[in-house]
Ligand binder design. Structure first.
Ligand code: ATP
Length: 373
């Protein structure tokens, strides 16, 4: 199989791990990365996730050697590498803008790095053939980049990086210029290729779905610091803060007064709403934030009042539907409580604005955080 022969005779990961230790990067007075400690295991697929400006690209560029560090060190096993120029790190980069040579055909674009490294002609031909087969572009080898679609160009960029058998592949939002359908297709291809080649990969994205789908481990950055790191399942199920919860689909972040605490549960009340949920860590203050995913609300059958015990053994909220949007398999809805609190939820079908519904959500699906951060 082409994917296997591309790394024939080589270990799946050419090192044990890469470590960033206390890495900071400042631009003038602005701190883009603030004392990052991160260990990337050989063979793993790690996603750096966060909103625009949180420091993702800076972290990647520091790893690549394109940006010098303001503080800290980068190690590859026992070798300190932060002083090495990019070409001596032996890492491959894939950017969102492909950065292909427009005047060179696909084949020469992919061969370029090998020619620079003075690899023999026969060896170049063999490895380029394999890389093109891997990204399913063998039939397009003689075209110029301008004659290819965006997705095909991005596949050339990926082939060009992996053909060098880099120790680490660094990808900076490689799919962000593609349309939604192609993005999902390419995502699967990148995952498949990682499974076949086992190349250690660091992948920067602001798209939580992409990070969760691709990565073995997700590292969420906030203002230059690591806010949470864990498997996709961990970060999705147990977000460490309201910031992460907001990223992981907890669209309802309701700041409310703490009313009572009983063993393992906490009840919040405000604006005609009462919600009982599970505290996430310490919740010491008089106010807290209840985080609920829209899809965790279900529409209750009978009439009820906000705060009464629902059949789900949890919470009941009465809301007036303001907007309901058809999304194919489901209807996304926005409603308000009697006291004007906006709530996002799902409906089985579209309803007229003004319709009153009762929503229930079990207490286990309500995460309570110590405050909006
Ligand atoms: N060359 C630079 N000069 C000055 N400030 C910079 C420079 N590069 C980045 N920054 C600042 O550092 C911070 C982090 O930027 P970075 O590009 O790493 O964020 P990002 O998370 O990758 O964002 P995006 O998703 O928008 O690319 C931002 O506040 C940014 O304005």
């Amino acid at each position: 199989m082409s994917a296997a022969t591309l790394v024939e005779g080589e270990p799946r990961a050419a090192f044990g791990h890469v470590r960033m230790e206390g890495v900071s990067r400042r631009f003038g007075g602005a701190v883009a990365l603030d004392r990052i400690d991160l260990r990337i295991e050989g063979g793993e697929f790690l996603a750096l996730l966060g909103p625009s400006g949180c420091g993702k690209s800076t972290a990647l560029n520091c790893l690549a050697g394109l940006l010098p560090l303001s503080d800290g060190e980068i190690w590859l096993d026992d070798e300190r590498i932060d002083g090495l120029p990019p070409e001596r790190r032996d890492f491959g980069m894939v950017f969102q803008n492909y950065a292909l040579f427009p005047h060179l055909p696909v084949r020469k674009n992919v061969a370029f790095g090998l020619s620079v490294r003075r690899v023999g002609k026969a060896e170049i031909a063999r490895r380029v053939d394999e890389a093109l087969r891997l990204v399913e572009l063998s039939d397009h080898a003689h075209k110029l980049p301008g004659q290819l679609s965006g997705g095909q160009q991005q596949r050339v960029a990926i082939a060009r990086a992996v053909v060098l058998r880099p120790r680490l592949v660094l990808m900076d939002e490689p799919l962000s210029n593609l349309d939604a359908k192609l993005r999902v297709q390419m995502r699967t291809e990148i995952r498949r290729m990682h499974q076949a080649l086992g190349l250690t990969t660091v992948y920067v994205t602001h798209d939580q779905e992409e990070a969760l789908a691709l990565a073995d481990r997700v590292v969420v950055l906030r203002a230059g610091r690591i806010e949470q790191a864990g498997s996709p399942e961990e970060v999705y199920t147990y977000p460490a803060s309201t910031y992460i919860a907001g990223f992981m689909g907890y669209r309802n972040l309701l700041e409310m007064r703490v009313e009572s605490r009983t063993d393992g549960r906490i009840t919040l009340a405000d604006r005609g709403l009462r919600l009982t949920g599970v505290p996430q860590g310490e919740v010491p203050g008089e106010t807290a934030v209840a985080a609920v995913r829209p899809e965790d609300f279900t529409v209750a059958a009978g009439p009820g009042e906000s705060g009464s015990a629902g059949s789900a053994g949890g919470n009941v909220l009465g809301v007036r539907v303001e907007v309901s949007e058809f999304h194919g398999r489901e209807v996304a809805a926005e409603g308000v409580t009697g006291d004007g609190q906006v709530v996002h939820f799902r409906l089985p079908e579209r309803v007229a604005p003004g319709t009153r519904v009762n929503l229930t959500v079990p207490a286990e699906r309500v995460l309570v955080f110590g405050g909006r951060e």
